[in-house]
Design a protein around this ligand. Structure first.
Ligand code: CA
Length: 621
């Protein structure tokens, strides 16, 4: 009896031991990223990140015509596998199983889908100088679906009374109002990041991404994002996706179980970036300063990705391509451009442009001077030989010029001369027309505040933005004279768009409850944007400008067939001037029409212009 008990107990122990053993070595499959892909891509290589408990003890097998599993890579963390696939050009779309085998039997499998690439995908045209880009912050634009304001599992809850809280805006709010943009004359929408950003307050701005393959459920679903892009496309509006390669939200699932120690740049204690982007090009910069700039964290909630790690690099490159294909994007706006490893960024751009030769990417190289910004433009003549391959940059120097020129007295290099002089630095750019111009954005004082709420100054600034070289970008609400200072807090330059919320006292979508001045501003911009839309001479024409005299800045946009004369009078008095000194630009033209005031000039020898105003004169032969 005792023996039988003993042997039973022994059996029990063995069973417990086996169960524990099973538990320790049990394998799970949690994620495969990218979750699916396409056939017919230019690049045949694809690297899958496979995540799951102890997944690395299993041996993956793929059997599908045209697809080869070239390499299975084990890394420091046994919960990850990286699979290098080759997908031949001729591979047919379809689904195959990635089987994760142990010695005995198939343990786990993942059904991987290869979709057929949309025809013409590789020839997609990105934004260009014929476009006007409208930047909006999705949480602050329109709340199209109140049921997603709070979502299970998402930490930061809706709190519209808090400037730093989530206000409930979403993709549906944007989709419901596509006619608003089309009417205004906008042809591209840059929407601040819409990836899942499941971090504590402030999460609304979207820059702390916690899942690179998922739209934040408080904005909508991946499918809704795709639908938004499709419907916008039908109205002649492309979507420009805001992406971030420099950092990601600390609540990303990676942070609980990093693939490898150097997945991100880690410091013994929290170390912030010095935000001195100039150190990247500064020939005298110390390694310490440059290191701190590149590897310091952007914020306590934003971990700094190490793009020098080739697995991180592949992950980011593929993620961006995935979104271009999936959502049929018209462009990418890349955040904090100089903060990422520049050689990786150049490699990424090269990859993007070999996959989509006519695609457009604009990089946020937030630097104050033209020499610094020009460094980041493709094929620039950089002393260190660096070529970014980046086809568009933001014109920060011109933004600062626009912000101050109209508030200054006119001097040698102040007032109107500031616009003139800033543009004159274009010799530093390899492609001066490949620049996105703007007067304000989500990080800056709102234009109308900067201009002291002066409607005349506002109109001059907008005329300049819409007629000088480059691609104009406007910030949501600028067309309604929204105000706000950055030093009051970001929430105050990102206020809710009027009419986006049920019960709003003003509604810009139906032009109700707006002041006369707001309506005038809207009409003014609508007229100008729609005029610009068909003006090839503004899109692609040459620019010739003349030294401002007495605060009057005159420039011409011209090609072989057409010429447009722009006159900006930055004076508190009206001006009348002879046009002799513009003879080389006026040659062959005798009359003109001012499209802003709908007035005709039956001669061009003498032009008068009211105080603090602009004229756009279409010249006639
Ligand atoms: Ca909502």
């Amino acid at each position: 009896m005792k023996k039988a008990l003993q042997s039973r107990f022994r059996l029990f122990l063995i069973m417990v031991f086996m169960a524990v053993q099973q538990l320790l070595t049990a394998q799970e499959l949690t994620r495969v990223e990218p979750p699916f892909w396409w056939t017919g891509m230019e690049h045949s290589e694809l690297q899958l990140m496979v995540y799951g408990k102890n997944i690395s003890v299993l041996r993956p097998v793929i059997e599908y015509p045209g697809v080869t599993l070239k390499e299975t890579i084990l890394v420091e963390n046994p919960n990850y596998l990286f699979l290098n696939l080759v997908i031949e050009k001729e591979t047919l779309p379809g689904t195959f199983l990635i089987q994760f085998d142990n010695e005995k039997r198939n343990e786990i499998s993942y059904s991987f889908e290869l979709f057929e690439r949309k025809s013409g995908s590789s020839q997609r045209k990105g934004f260009s100088s014929s476009d006007v880009i409208y930047l909006l912050m999705p949480d602050r634009f329109a709340n199209g679906d109140v049921s997603n304001d709070d979502m299970p599992g998402m930490i930061d809850k809706a709190d519209r009374n808090n400037p730093n809280g989530r206000h409930g805006g979403d993709l549906k709010g944007i989709r419901d109002n596509l006619d608003y943009f089309a009417d205004l004359g906008v042809t591209a929408l840059w929407i601040n990041p819409v990836f899942e950003a499941n971090v504590p307050k402030p999460s609304y701005h979207g820059y702390s991404i916690t899942n690179f393959y998922r739209i934040d459920p408080r904005f909508g679903t991946n499918d809704e994002y795709r639908q938004l892009s499709e419907e916008a496309g039908k109205k002649g509006i492309m979507i420009v996706k805001d992406m971030v390669f420099n950092h990601f939200g600390i609540n990303h699932w990676w942070m609980k179980d990093l693939p490898m120690k150097d997945w991100l740049n880690q410091w013994p204690e929290y170390t912030r970036s010095n935000f001195r982007a100039g150190t990247i090009m500064d020939p005298y910069a110390s390694d310490a300063d440059r290191d701190r700039m590149l590897k310091g964290w952007f914020d306590t909630m934003m971990a700094d990705l190490n793009q020098k790690n080739s697995f991180v690099a592949n992950y980011l490159i593929q993620n961006s391509v995935w979104w271009v294909e999936y959502a049929d994007l018209g462009g990418i706006r890349m955040d904090t451009y100089p903060y990422s490893d520049k050689d990786f960024m150049a490699k990424w751009m090269n990859y993007i442009r070999s996959e989509y030769p006519d695609f457009s990417v604009v990089g946020e190289a937030w630097l104050n001077t033209t020499p610094q910004v020009s460094y980041w433009m493709e094929s620039n003549r950089n002393a260190d030989g660096f070529n970014s391959n980046l086809n568009f940059v933001f014109d920060f120097p011109l933004k600062y010029a626009i912000n101050s020129a109209f508030n200054e007295d006119n001097g040698w290099s102040s007032g109107a001369a500031k616009l003139y002089e800033t543009i004159s630095f274009d010799f530093l750019y390899s492609h001066p027309s490949q620049i996105v111009t703007f007067a304000d954005n989500h990080d800056a004082d709102r234009l109308y505040s900067v201009l002291g709420k002066d409607f005349n100054k506002f109109k001059m600034a907008i005329v300049f933005l819409m007629t000088t070289r480059g691609i104009p970008q406007i910030y949501y609400g600028t067309e309604l004279l929204m105000t706000g200072w950055e030093h009051d807090g970001h929430g105050f330059i990102r206020e809710d768009f009027p009419g986006g919320w049920e019960g709003d006292t003003a509604n810009a979508f139906i032009s109700e409850g707006l002041t006369t001045e707001q309506k005038d501003a809207w009409d003014f911009m609508r007229m100008l944007l729609n005029w610009r839309k068909d003006k090839q001479v503004i899109h692609q024409g040459q620019l010739k400008h003349y030294i401002p005299e007495e605060g009057v800045y005159v420039y011409f946009r011209y090609d072989e067939d057409e010429s447009v004369m722009v006159v900006i009078n930055n004076n508190k008095e009206s001006r009348t001037f002879r046009t002799d000194r513009f003879a080389e630009s006026l040659k062959g033209y005798s009359t003109g029409t001012d499209i802003l005031h709908r007035t005709n000039f039956d001669q061009l020898k003498m032009i008068s212009i009211p105080a603090m105003s602009a004229r756009i004169i279409e010249l006639k032969k």
